[in-house]
Every structure is written in structure tokens, then in C-alpha cells.
Ligand binder design. Structure first.
Ligand code: FAD
Ligand code: COA
Length: 411
């Protein structure tokens, strides 16, 4: 596999870097301090063609690949983690699921939203169903030509600023029989019953709200159900398959934050003098910088590799194994690299007048959101062992029964 970018990709990366350095960087501290959604940055991203990048040409988008998107996300995140995350959700995750699985009408509408700057919200997590996402209780009951949704999600990125929502819910037919998990399109300010709840006070990434999203008899026309290609019974698996794109995106924000920390630490180490020499002349720091660069290059290689698996073997999305591996490595790498970047700045690194503490706070999230580093290891292990690895006690019991009955049948 080639790791060389094409001339178009190099140009895209250069354009993203210029926008990030000239427009996004000067606003980053303010976004963090005021904890306000950076609408100006959204406008800049939209005008640059960095929202809806993966929307195919027939729906008005430029039809970029996931790899192309990672180039933009990394540059944004190197200056502002929040803007990096907007670039993730404006191009991956919910929008990718709709553009792949949706009806013509759903695709047209979703494309219009992201291309005009709406960052969709993806609503999976519930207070009692975090890692155990399949235990979600939000339900969608069929009533005539409508579905009625009831339930509560929390930690929804963009709650209160996003308009398009993709809501994961258990689907029931009119007799009350459960059909599986599906995704529903809902629009804030249009669909009554979609209520934005409490905002979380977060450690980092403060410019983007994380809120509860509550469904109170939310009535949606039946054609808002985004039908998974394998049907509702396998709906969760199909939706998570699309979600693998967002896992690559989240890993890329972590990568960008680490890159931003490294670039600043490298520059600072050449300027700051102690003992009559630039601190970059001390081998102790040289080795820290060297390690940072090695870790960043390794993470980037995993991210690009994961993004490049999209479209292989008939799967339009990044492979779940490659996506999990990339996100685990990039998110854990960013913890170490941003800590070292701050350390190289000495006390200045610890000051809120400098960007290093913000970068470190922003980086802390990525081993948690989008599938924790522990859960992703179970995803990796299940692929390596080619085995179902149930996490619930019931699941293990059922697996043991199936295995025993299979063994007995073989005997
Ligand atoms: P829990 O599942 O309660 O886990 C607690 C701890 O137990 C973790 O360390 C976990 O790794 C560990 N653990 C749990 N199960 C296992 C297991 N089987 N094996 C080993 N360890 C295990 N969700 C959305 O739906 N949409 C969003 O837009 C969104 N954005 C987010 C943004 C941020 C900033 C954050 C922090 C979270 C966001 N989330 C979002 C939620 C996120 O996906 C969940 O936090 C995550 O899936 C973990 O769930 P939990 O927090 O309930 O932790
Ligand atoms: N890509 C493709 N398919 C996936 C997938 C992914 N990322 N995650 C799960 N699936 C499939 C499974 O392979 C399984 O299919 P199978 O029946 O053919 O084996 C099906 O979906 C159900 O998954 P399973 O692993 O049996 O579910 P579980 O109840 O044991 O729960 C998860 C495990 C999937 C919920 C857990 O691993 C997970 O990803 N939790 C984190 C949730 C998350 O990322 N939230 C982010 C919100 S922004």
C-alpha cells in the first residue's frame, strides 16, 4: 500500500493548514474560554468546502474519500480541537450512514443540511446504556404512518446546535413486537418532542455542547426511518458499520491535537534558553521530541490505513478492526504526547495564557467518547480471535450453551 498523497490531496492538506493557521487558530482560546459553539468557524469550514466533503457529486457534494477528510480534520484539530470535531461530524458518522443507507429524499435533505454547515448529531448513548449500547431503551413505536419515539440520550455532541439528528432506537411494530434497532432522522426546531436537556460541564472541548437529548412522544413520519441494508434485525450492526467512519475521525482529532502540541513544543524548545543554551540542545528534551514524532507518525499511518480500508471488500465504510486499532493507538498516544508538549513548556505550559493546557484537556476525551479504549480492545480481540465475545453474563451463558450443543451434535 502506498502512503504517498496525490497532488490533489497535498493541495487539500495545504488549503486546510492555511485556513486552520490563519483563521481557526486565533479564535481557539476564546472558543474554549467562552464555551460557545464557533459559528464563525463553521462558516469558514462551509465556505472552504470542508462540510459535507463525503457527499457524492449527485447530491451536490464533492464526493471526497474518508482519507481526504482526515487530512482536513488533522489540520483543524492541530489548532482547535472543537473545530476538528465539527469537521468529523460534518463529514462522517451520521451523514455517511444516511448517504449510504438512506432513501433519495433522506439523502437529498441530509446533504442540504451538512453542505450548508449543519453538523449532525448522532444519538446512541443513554444513561444506562453507554458501552453496552445494545441495551438502549429508547423506543420507536409504529402508529399508522408514523413512528413515535420516547426515551433519553445523553452526552450528545452538538445538542442544541445541531439540527439534523440520527437517533438509534429499538423499533416496534403496531402489535408491539420488537423488530430490531434502527436509525431515525429528526430535525431540531421542526419535530415537536425533540427536547434538548442539560448540558454537561466538560473538562475539555468546551466550545461544543454535550447535552441530553430527550424524546417525548416525538412523532416522525414513517419515512424518517433510515432502513439498514440488512434489515432491522441486523440494524445495529449496519449502523455501527457506518459509525466506524466516525471512529477514524475521532482518532484523527486526537492525532491533530498531538501534532499541534508537538509543533508548538518543537518551536518553543528552539526559542527558550536556559543555562545559556536553547533547551532544544539538551538531550533529555531531544529524546522527548523524537518520541513524540515517532508516536505521531505511527498514529497517522494507522489512521490513513483505516481510512483507506473504506470501499474494500464491498464495505463502503472503514473496516471495524482497522478503525478500532487506529482510534485506540491515536487516543492513547495523544495523552502522552500532549503531556510531554506541556512539560517542554515548563510553567508556561501550565498557564491558561498558553495553549498547551487546553490541548491536553481537549485530548483527554478520545479514549472515552466513540467507544472507550477498553471496548475497542474487545472489538479488536473479537476480530483477531474470529469469535463472538459477549460481555454480559447472559451472553456468555448462551454462548456456552450453543458451543456445548454444537460439540454434542459433532460427537
Ligand atoms: P461506561 O460504559 O459506563 O464505562 C465505564 C468504564 O467501564 C469505562 O472505562 C469502560 O471502558 C469500562 N467498561 C465498560 N464495559 C466494559 C467491558 N465490557 N470491558 C472492559 N471495560 C468496560 N455518545 C453518543 O451517542 N453521541 C455523541 O455524540 C457522543 N459524544 C460524546 C462526547 C464526549 C465528549 C464524551 C465524553 C462522550 C460522548 N458520547 C456520545 C458517549 C460515549 O460514547 C460514551 O461515553 C462511551 O460509549 C462510554 O460509555 P459510558 O460513559 O457510559 O461508560
Ligand atoms: N462495526 C461493524 N459491526 C459491528 C460493530 C462495528 N463497529 N460493532 C458491533 N457490530 C456488530 C457485531 O459484529 C454484532 O454482529 P454479529 O451478531 O454478526 O456478531 C452486532 O453488531 C452486535 O454487536 P455485539 O458485539 O454482539 O453487541 P454487544 O451487545 O456485545 O455490545 C458493542 C458491544 C458493539 C455495543 C460495543 O462493542 C460498542 O461498540 N460499544 C460502544 C458504543 C459506542 O461506540 N458508542 C459511541 C456513541 S457516539
Amino acid at each position: 500500500m502506498s502512503f504517498a498523497l496525490t497532488a490533489e490531496q497535498e493541495a487539500l492538506r495545504a488549503k486546510a493548514r492555511e485556513l486552520a493557521e490563519q483563521v481557526i487558530a486565533p479564535r481557539a482560546a476564546e472558543v474554549d474560554r467562552t464555551e460557545t459553539y464557533p459559528w464563525d468557524n463553521v462558516k469558514a469550514l462551509t465556505e472552504a468546502g470542508f462540510m459535507g466533503m463525503t457527499v457524492p457529486k449527485e447530491y451536490g457534494g464533492p464526493g471526497h474519500s474518508f482519507l481526504d477528510v482526515t487530512l482536513v480534520i488533522e489540520e483543524m484539530a492541530a489548532q482547535c480541537g472543537v473545530t476538528g470535531r465539527i469537521a468529523v461530524e460534518g463529514n462522517m458518522g451520521a451523514i455517511s450512514a444516511v448517504m449510504q443507507y438512506g432513501t433519495e429524499a433522506q439523502k437529498k435533505r441530509a446533504a442540504e443540511y451538512v453542505l450548508s454547515g449543519d453538523k449532525p448529531a448522532i444519538c446512541i448513548t443513554e444513561p444506562e446504556a453507554g458501552s453496552a449500547a445494545t441495551e438502549m431503551t429508547t423506543r420507536a413505536d409504529r402508529r399508522g404512518d408514523k413512528y413515535v419515539l420516547n426515551g433519553k440520550k445523553h452526552w450528545i455532541t452538538g445538542g442544541g446546535v445541531s439540527r439534523l439528528h440520527l437517533i438509534f432506537a429499538r423499533v416496534f411494530d403496531e402489535t408491539g413486537a420488537e423488530l430490531g434497532i434502527g436509525g431515525f432522522l429528526a430535525f431540531r426546531d421542526e419535530d415537536k418532542g425533540l427536547v434538548i436537556g442539560t448540558r454537561e460541564p466538560t473538562m475539555g472541548l468546551r466550545g461544543i455542547p454535550e447535552t441530553e437529548v430527550i424524546f417525548e412522544e416525538l412523532e416522525l413520519p414513517a419515512d424518517r426511518l433510515v432502513m439498514p441494508p440488512s434489515g432491522l434485525k441486523r440494524g445495529f450492526a449496519d449502523l455501527m458499520n457506518a459509525y466506524n467512519s466516525q471512529r477514524v475521525g475521532a482518532g484523527t482529532v486526537a492525532l491533530g491535537l498531538a501534532e499541534g502540541s508537538y509543533r508548538r513544543a518543537l518551536a518553543f524548545s528552539k526559542e527558550r534558553e536556559q543555562f545559556g543554551r536553547p533547551i532544544a540542545e539538551f538531550q533529555g528534551l531531544q529524546w522527548m521530541l523524537a518520541d513524540m514524532s515517532v508516536q505521531i507518525e505511527a498514529a497517522r499511518a494507522l489512521i490513513w490505513r483505516a481510512a483507506a480500508t473504506a470501499g474494500k471488500g464491498g464495505n463502503p465504510f472503514p473496516d471495524s478492526l482497522a478503525a478500532a486499532q487506529a482510534k485506540i493507538f491515536a487516543s492513547e498516544m495523544a495523552l502522552k504526547v500532549t503531556t510531554d508538549g506541556l512539560q517542554i513548556h515548563g510553567a508556561r505550559g501550565y498557564s491558561r495564557n498558553w495553549p498547551m493546557e487546553r490541548i491536553q484537556r481537549d485530548a483527554r476525551m478520545f479514549t472515552i467518547g466513540g467507544g472507550t479504549a477498553q471496548i475497542l480492545r474487545t472489538v479488536v480481540a473479537s476480530r483477531l480471535l474470529n469469535a463472538k465475545l459477549p460481555q454480559t453474563r447472559d451472553g456468555y451463558a448462551r454462548l456456552a450453551e450453543t458451543t456445548t450443543s454444537r460439540t454434542q451434535a459433532a460427537e
